[in-house]
Design a protein around this ligand. Structure first.
Ligand SMILES: NC(=O)c1ccc[n+]([C@@H]2O[C@H](COP(=O)([O-])OP(=O)(O)OC[C@H]3O[C@@H](n4cnc5c(N)ncnc54)[C@H](OP(=O)(O)O)[C@@H]3O)[C@@H](O)[C@H]2O)c1
Length: 282
């Protein structure tokens, strides 16, 4: 049995779909079982919260492999979660971390991902760390203003990253979970195949919609306040996000070959991701 956390999110949903295709038995952990309704009858659904590691027993019962998100709002420490995972007899854990963990620039986001990685590596389990690049799905919050005004208001239009389709990250995780041995004690960095700026992503949306979409740069302070007040980021994390958007990070525009190597095909481009989600923006 494979436990998938974050199954209702952009990466975890793909992990579940690919594992079911491969004939694996899957259990998902969610705070809101309604969000897992699309797999009714096909997966075990357990209600639980990673911020309460002491209550993870039912989710971990008879689980031998686990896909773990440990860097989440409200989840303060990865160590107690990994203790529960080890004590339940899980053999292999696949952690979704961030490319920022490998950055030369220090930041709260780097430190929180490094702490999660350390908890997994030191757990005594077999482990694989997947360091995801910037997700293409981070553009979804633009949908409302694109639909109504054909405008994107954001901070850091020139920010460059080798953005990755979260479905590619999920597909890699499913491959690793289905056959962990070749990936044991390995850290893979998962990026897209090209470097894009935020304004280039906006232009691709306009192109696919057949109408120009304009970009309006928001002030840094407004962006930081929205992260803290609306997205409930701890202030230090919000600081590291806006600093990254302002100054860039040399580790983020790096294109890595791991997605292509593991999946045997090139990573999806932003144009492909956007074409598959264009109705949300129309
Ligand atoms: N966004 C990026 O660019 C990026 C890049 C690299 C790595 N990451 C990492 O990828 C992960 C997902 O990020 P995302 O922004 O794309 O998220 P997302 O798609 O919005 O999904 C978040 C998922 O986490 C689950 N979750 C949240 N809090 C939880 C809790 N306390 N207990 C159990 N489950 C909880 C949610 O499940 P329920 O609501 O169903 O409980 C949901 O399925 C994060 O760990 C993030 O650090 C993100």
């Amino acid at each position: 049995m494979i436990l998938v956390t974050g199954a209702t999110g952009s990466v975890g949903g793909e992990v579940v779909d690919r594992l079911l295709e491969q004939g694996e038995k899957v259990r998902v952990l969610t705070r809101n079982p309604e969000g897992a309704r699309r797999w009714a009858g096909a997966v075990d659904v357990v209600t639980g919260d990673l911020s309460d590691p002491g209550a993870l027993g039912p989710a971990l019962d008879r689980v031998d492999r686990a896909f773990l998100l440990l860097v989440l709002p409200g989840v303060r420490q990865a160590g107690p979660i990994m203790d529960a995972v080890r004590d339940a007899g899980v053999e292999h854990a696949v952690l979704l971390s961030s490319i920022r963990a490998g950055s030369a620039q220090d930041s709260a986001l780097k430190q929180v991902n490094l702490a999660a990685e350390a908890a997994v590596r030191e757990s005594g389990l077999g482990w694989t760390v997947l360091r995801g690049g910037t997700f293409m799905s981070n553009t979804l919050p633009w949908a409302a203003s694109v639909r109504t005004e054909r405008v994107v208001r954001a901070f850091g239009g020139g920010f460059r990253s080798s953005a990755v389709d979260p479905r590619d990250v999920g597909a890699v995780a499913a491959r690793v979970l289905a056959d962990p041995i070749p990936h044991r004690s390995r850290t893979h960095t998962l990026t897209g195949g090209e470097v894009v700026t935020i304004t280039e992503q906006v232009a691709v949306l306009g192109d696919l919609l057949g109408e120009p979409v304009t970009f309006e740069e928001l002030p840094e302070a407004v962006t930081r306040a929205a992260m803290v007040e609306q997205l409930h980021y701890p202030p230090a994390l919000a600081d590291s996000m806006v600093t990254m958007l302002r100054n860039g990070d040399e580790s983020l525009p790096r294109v890595d070959g791991a997605v292509a190597e593991i999946l045997g095909r090139p990573p999806r481009s932003f144009r492909e991701w956007a074409a598959d989600h264009i109705e949300v923006f129309r």
